[in-house]
Write a protein that binds this ligand. Sequence first.
Ligand SMILES: NCc1[nH]cc(CCC(=O)O)c1CC(=O)O
Length: 332
Amino acid sequence: MTPAPFPAARMRRLRRTNALREMVQENGLSTRDLIWPVFIRDGEGIEEPISSLPGVNRLSLDRLMPAAEKAHRLGIPAICLFPYTDASLRTETCEEAWNPENLTNRAIRALKAEFPELMVMTDIALDPYNANGHDGFVVNGEIVNDETVNALVKMGLAQAEAGADILGPSDMMDGRIGALRLALEEVGHRDVAILSYAAKFASAFYGPFRDAVGASGRLVGDKATYQINPANASEALACVARDLSEGADMVMVKPGMPYLDICRAVKDRFARPTFAYQVSGEYAMLMAAAQNGWLDGDKVMLESMMAFKRAGCDGVLTYFAPRIAAALHGQG
Ligand SMILES: NCc1[nH]cc(CCC(=O)O)c1CC(=O)O
């Protein structure tokens, strides 16, 4: 549909007042769109800043609880846990990943006991527990697929057992969604949802996250043999199709802002719940510019969220979640 020629059509007529602009606004933003990723660590009374993620702290479990309560009260429906693991718990065999008493599993239980309505999401990958920082086992320099999938299933089952509502496999091994779904059915966890990191690219935007979980400097090589080449869109769509066919309930595109074309394509093609992860490097980029006075932090934060909505996303994992929720409640 082409608009009438000028002056019959004047696009500015509907931009004249705020009320008119709101009447014709195509997309909206709500706290319901947010998933808050949180870094947790052992100890007590700890809120440890992460220098490459200004405003984000690693929280001990006693500090996680009030933070989660506040997020919940602001209307954020879900929180996603990422553990910072001490060097002593990182091994080549990664047993800590499926220890029922590991930090993540203790956090899940504590959160579900206090705030049953707050959805708890987890990350499934071996990198927080791996001595070499990879998401899978490394054997003779190779990241081995099938052995890793077996370990990831154990890890996911332990999280489901602890009460996780949503499992988030972020490892990009082949066959992990099907294996996890089957195992969950077998043990009776029929209603645990899987939000697959389906279109996850081998991105340099994950840098600050690796600082946050203590993986920087540890990673030998890169993740290019399992994460998607940033040049490829068709391959990302094939990964999404595959994960949905194996039993993923929701899918994610990651990173977010540089990959909005993928978000749109995924939503159009599959019409399933589609999430984007505005990753650590995206957050760091906006925060750094805002701290320098080069950008208006609140405005670019909200504009970036609207861009995700416009691209078809049903929700966004973002470190800005509590700040966005506060802004939407007029407390920004
Ligand atoms: N499997 C680990 C994982 N889960 C989420 C992120 C990145 C999140 C971010 O950068 O905010 C990563 C890092 C990676 O793949 O190296």
